[in-house]
Design a protein around this ligand. Structure first.
Ligand SMILES: *Cc1c(COP(=O)(O)O)cnc(C)c1O
Length: 367
């Protein structure tokens, strides 16, 4: 069975590097925050091309702390795309503000600037754009709307480590970039991890205080804080991964571009990738009339596929109290109804990618 993603191949290949890094943390008992977490912060800031990065315990916390740092709270609204992993909206909700879901465009499947503008009210404080599937959203158009209305733009970069928008890496474009290092993300920890990136020292200073129990000086608490530090072990593992990220990304791009070119069966619709972006193919999503039938067909041929995401945020039960109904975000709903995710990870062989392509081209649901 070819899995949708297989992390064991990376572990097998780089085991001694990972183990050495873990051993060093254990020897120095630098477990919570500390030397290895700090070192990764510096390396990651350099990689993204920003002045600062602050490691946290996961991507959801990164988004939560970004909202707190920007002063989002009760009575405020923040625009969030309807098609994303739901955690994009959690941070807004944790502050008692309201996520307002905007549709995606029919071709890029990224946050639609026009619907974003339509959803603004006098309560809107900002916009969270998501570089979904590793494809940068149309930042300049979103930023232009934000500037005209005095709003912030935060980037959810959980799926887009290293993706490029007009020559700049995502995570360096908005007020802050929020990253996840959940296993399976393009850069991943051996457990949970996340980071907030920014050129603005004031923001990162607040993130550092919030994540560290509200302290700047130990045992003196300026604000009601959280325990959301990055673990030393994760920092050390992430430093190993970061060394390989460019090579992983190159391989993802190779496979992604092959799929785009060689899957020619017209039953599939694919995401478009505008020329001013260089995506990192976190998830290779296609739209197909009956995704469950397609998944079954692929499984019968020993290839695992899955779906991201079968239900859009605005129709989740968790957000039922907001009163959305079917038809409110039609492009996101169509995507949710028809999406299927093909296998794609850096260690896939050319033969395996070829098999996926052949099976896709041979798929005919009438049979
Ligand atoms: C994974 C993910 C998150 C959440 O990150 P965690 O580290 O799992 O908390 C948020 N947004 C998007 C788009 C994601 O893919």
């Amino acid at each position: 069975m070819l899995k949708r993603i297989d992390l064991t191949r990376d572990y097998d290949k780089h085991k001694s590097e990972y183990m050495e890094a873990i051993e060093a943390v254990c020897r120095e008992t630098a477990f919570s925050g500390g030397k290895y977490a700090d070192r990764f912060d510096r390396e990651f800031a350099d990689y993204i091309g920003v002045k600062h990065a602050s490691g946290v315990n996961n991507g959801t916390s990164a988004l939560h702390l970004a909202m707190l740092t920007l002063g989002v709270g009760e009575g405020d609204e923040v625009i969030v795309p309807a098609n994303t992993y739901v955690a994009t909206a959690w941070g807004v909700s944790y502050t008692k503000a309201t996520p307002v879901f905007a549709d995606c465009t029919p071709d890029t499947w990224e946050l639609d600037p026009e619907d974003t503008e339509r959803k603004l009210t006098d309560k809107t404080k900002g916009i969270i754009g998501v570089h979904l599937y590793g494809q940068p959203f149309e930042f300049n158009k979103i930023k232009d709307i934000a500037d005209r209305h005095g709003l912030f733009v935060v980037e959810d970069c959980a799926q887009a480590h290293g993706a490029v928008y007009e020559g700049r890496k995502v995570g360096s474009l908005g007020e802050m970039g929020c990253f996840s290092f959940y296993p399976g993300k393009n850069l991943y920890a051996f457990g949970e991890g996340g980071s907030v990136t920014s050129d603005n020292e004031k923001y990162i200073d607040k993130i550092e205080v919030y994540k560290n129990q509200g302290c700047r000086e130990r045992y003196y608490h300026e604000v009601i804080g959280y325990n959301m530090r990055l673990e030393g072990l994760q920092g050390a593992v992430l430093s190993v991964g970061l060394k390989h990220l460019d090579e992983w990304t190159a391989r993802r791009r190779e496979i992604g571009r092959r799929y785009l070119k060689e899957i020619t069966n017209p039953i599939f619709t694919m995401q478009s990738h505008p020329d001013n972006t260089d995506p990192v193919f976190h998830l290779f999503e296609v739209m197909v009339p009956d995704p469950e039938d397609f998944l079954k067909y692929m499984a019968e041929h020993d290839v695992e596929c899955n779906r991201h995401y079968p239900a859009p945020c605005h129709l989740q039960q968790a957000y039922r109290h907001l009163g959305y109904k079917e038809g409110d975000c039609p492009n996101a709903e169509r995507l949710a109804t028809h999406c299927a995710t093909l296998p794609l990870f850096p260690e896939m062989t050319d033969e395996e990618a070829g098999l996926v392509i052949r099976l896709c081209n041979g798929y005919n649901p009438a049979h």
